[in-house]
Design a binder for this molecule. Structure first.
Ligand SMILES: [Zn+2]
Length: 194
């Protein structure tokens, strides 16, 4: 399958069958993509940062790590990763986060609004959106103080991360809308299902 483009500051949703792989590509570099996964047969089961960190015993997730659900079921496995720097701590950017960090800029519904709109046909409501797996997002943590920063992604043009589905899923995926997360410019994301 050829790659599908997600235009800048937008999002999409689609189904992914158990055994299929999802390749998320940063075609121009320095661009974040928020990823959500729901159990297609029961959308109350959803990707969980807390479960995943607990089982992985790290917050630095890359090839070989599993992404778990709130019910401790593996949903996705990272099977390839050109970048090795992703975030699973921060919630999707939203109207409220823009108001908090960029009060003088025009408001935007952000990844949160884009995910809510794209996932609505699958029965997902705003309150069912958890912390997303933020592909390529660069959030270094000071291990001594706990202070975090949001820095430009280290991904280069064409870099990708590949996930294998371990159950039948509904996926939400964005081209992130937040300035600081994306090095100050908004670029597309591409994805491919194989
Ligand atoms: Zn975002």
């Amino acid at each position: 399958m050829t790659a599908t483009e997600i235009p800048p500051r937008s999002g999409t949703a689609f189904t992914l069958d158990a055994g299929q792989t999802l390749t998320v590509i940063d075609p121009r570099g320095v661009q974040v993509a928020d990823l959500l996964a729901y159990n297609r047969d029961d959308i109350r089961e959803v990707i969980s940062s807390g479960r995943t960190f607990d089982y992985a015993e790290t917050i630095r997730l890359t090839t070989g790590h599993l992404l778990y659900s709130n019910r401790s079921t593996p949903m996705l496995e990272i099977v390839a990763d050109d970048v090795g720097v992703h975030d699973f701590l921060l919630t999707p950017c939203s109207y409220d986060t823009f108001h908090h960090f960029y009060p003088d800029e025009p408001p935007h519904r952000g990844c949160f609004g884009n995910l809510a709109a794209a996932l609505e046909p699958y029965g997902v409501t705003e309150d069912m959106i958890p912390v997303a797996f933020n592909c390529f997002m660069n959030v270094p943590i000071d291990g001594a103080t706990g202070r975090l920063q949001v820095l430009p992604p280290v991904s280069k043009a064409g870099d990708r991360i590949v996930f294998r589905a371990l159950m039948d899923l509904v996926i939400g995926l964005t081209a992130c809308s937040a300035g600081a997360s994306n090095g100050g410019s908004f670029k597309p994301i591409e994805y491919r299902i194989d």
